[in-house]
Design a protein around this ligand. Structure first.
Ligand code: UDP
Length: 498
């Protein structure tokens, strides 16, 4: 590594919803920093397990300045199915076990960093950017004198609620249905149905509470926190973390919508992408509902059937990413007969009203297509940013973790979402169809949601602007973070500190 090279080590949790924004952050940093006139070259060392490294390699262009380093992980040592290295084929009920298993990466990460520094003749990397679940990297980084940050691919508000609720157990009820969110005057209470089963059952002594206490408390040891959000949209949550952690909190996103990342998504393309785009090309503008519950979550068979009836009854076009319902194995082949109403697949094929994508669809391509009117989403933060970045309002169906609080922010504060269902609640097709029509049939509410989503699209464009010397708030924040890392990586700080 030359004196002019600055290496950043990135270490995401092993799940698509984490790896995707980390890779987007990597590309965004390289694009914005290496294309300026300075003589410094930034490089990224991306740390992940062998299977994930293999998957990522195929999406990296040659000479991309992103180098992959592998860290060993054996799922079966932790009672997980053999060869599990990410959440792609992991049944949802094993997610917390997988998360706890990730704690075993500590010694290997420490060794990897030590080897990396030796290879660079004792020069430490500029900084380590670790996942929200890898806050423990702060201790290792400090040991080697390396500046370290946590990158949260989620939003400020959603994670603030999550952080506060998990770190303040047992919960305090205000009545039989409402829970206090401590340290959070602006949001104050949530309904009990806005808590995942794990959070509702948590008493502070169960294994997942202990895991969360360990990883979330570690945030206060990091030198900085980065959020994949923009300041103007997410002030309440960002304020919570600034006040709570007393360290720099920078909103640098949404990085998956930076110009270079959109270009990358277009190049990724492939057959499924072509098929979806060609299907959408034949539909009128603003006539399609896009339905997806992200990369990890799914709904139950009965909910799936109600949703199918609602989509059919609403007479709207739709693209639906169908995952095996919760009662089935994550790796099940598509089983229309068991998951969908009788004759549904045949009818929608014949009428050409719907496109069913099995397990995965090119989401950015779909959301950027003018035929799409609304996104029925689980409100994972990447999905939220991708929808709003294209001016698409949201029908929210949060299923887990901080998705409930993302939906709350979007509906109550931003006005771009209407919640259609929550978690495992019983859903009725009549209610789902009514909400789809509310947004798509030109009602006052639907028109207002679309107008606001377009307003947020402009906010996002402004935040990510980087042209003719004009930098948006998120780009400026990223430069501030890199300057802080450069200042802090003074020679006195480097070298093992025992
Ligand atoms: N995604 C996709 N196609 C799919 C499902 C998901 O491209 O069929 C991408 C999506 O664009 C987003 C990420 O996977 O970038 C999902 O992240 P999110 O935070 O929305 O949800 P998670 O999967 O973490 O629950």
């Amino acid at each position: 590594m030359s004196e002019r090279e600055k290496n950043i080590v990135m270490f995401p949790f092993m799940a698509q919803g984490h790896i995707i924004p980390f890779l987007a952050l990597a590309r965004h940093i390289l694009h914005t920093c290496n294309s300026t006139t300075t003589s410094t070259t930034y490089t990224i060392t991306f740390v992940t397990t062998p299977l994930n490294a293999h998957i990522i390699t195929s999406s990296l262009p040659p000479n991309s300045n992103i180098r992959l380093l592998q860290i060993p992980f054996s799922g079966s040592d932790h009672g997980l199915p053999p060869h599990v290295e990410n959440t792609d084929s992991l049944p949802y009920h094993l997610l917390h076990k997988f998360l706890r298993a990730s704690l075993c990466l500590k010694p290997s990460f420490s060794k990897l960093l030590s080897d990396l520094i030796s290879q660079q003749h004792g020069r430490p990397p500029l900084c380590i950017i670790a996942d929200v679940f890898f806050g423990w990297c702060a201790d290792i980084a400090r040991h080697y004198g390396v500046f370290n940050a946590i990158f949260c691919g989620g939003g400020g508000f959603g994670f603030a609620c999550y952080h506060s609720l998990w770190l303040n157990l047992p919960h305090r009820n205000t009545d039989s249905h409402h829970i206090m969110i401590p340290d959070f005057p602006e949001a104050s209470t949530i309904h009990v149905t806005q808590m995942s089963d794990l959070l509702r059952a948590a008493d502070g002594h169960d294994t997942f509470s202990m895991f969360n206490r360990e990883v979330l408390s570690a945030w206060s040891k990091a030198d900085a926190i980065l959020f994949n959000t923009l300041e103007v949209l997410d002030r309440t949550g960002l304020k919570y973390f600034r006040r709570k952690l007393g360290r720099p909190v920078w909103a640098v996103g949404p990085v998956n919508l930076s110009i270079d990342n959109q270009a990358h998504a277009e190049k990724e393309g492939g057959n499924v992408s072509d098929m979806c785009t060609q299907w959408l090309d034949r539909k009128p503008a603003k006539s399609v509902v896009y339905v997806s519950f992200g990369s990890q979550n799914t709904i139950s068979t009965s909910q799936m059937i109600e949703l199918a009836i609602a989509l059919e009854a609403s007479c709207k076009n739709f693209v639906w990413v169908v995952n095996p319902p919760a009662e089935f194995d994550t790796n099940s082949e598509f089983r229309a007969k068991e998951w969908l109403p009788h004759g549904f697949e045949e009818r929608i094929k014949e009428s050409n009203r719907g496109l069913l994508a099995h397990k995965w669809a090119p989401q950015l391509d779909i959301l950027s297509h003018e035929a799409v009117s609304v996104f029925l989403s689980h409100c994972g933060w990447n999905s939220v940013m991708e929808a709003l970045g294209h001016g698409v309002p949201i029908l929210g169906w949060p299923l887990a973790a901080e998705q409930f609080y993302n939906a709350k922010l979007l509906e109550e504060e931003v006005g771009v979402c209407v919640e259609v269902a929550r978690g495992k609640s019983i859903v009725r097709h009549e209610d789902l169809a009514a909400k789809i029509e509310l947004v798509m049939n030109g009602t006052e509410k639907g028109t207002e949601m679309t107008r606001k989503a377009c307003e947020v699209r402009e906010m996002i464009k402004n935040a990510m602007k980087d042209e003719d010397g004009l930098k948006g708030s998120s780009v400026k924040a990223m430069h501030e973070f890199l300057s802080a890392a450069t200042l802090m990586t003074a020679p006195s700080r480097s070298g093992p500190n025992n």
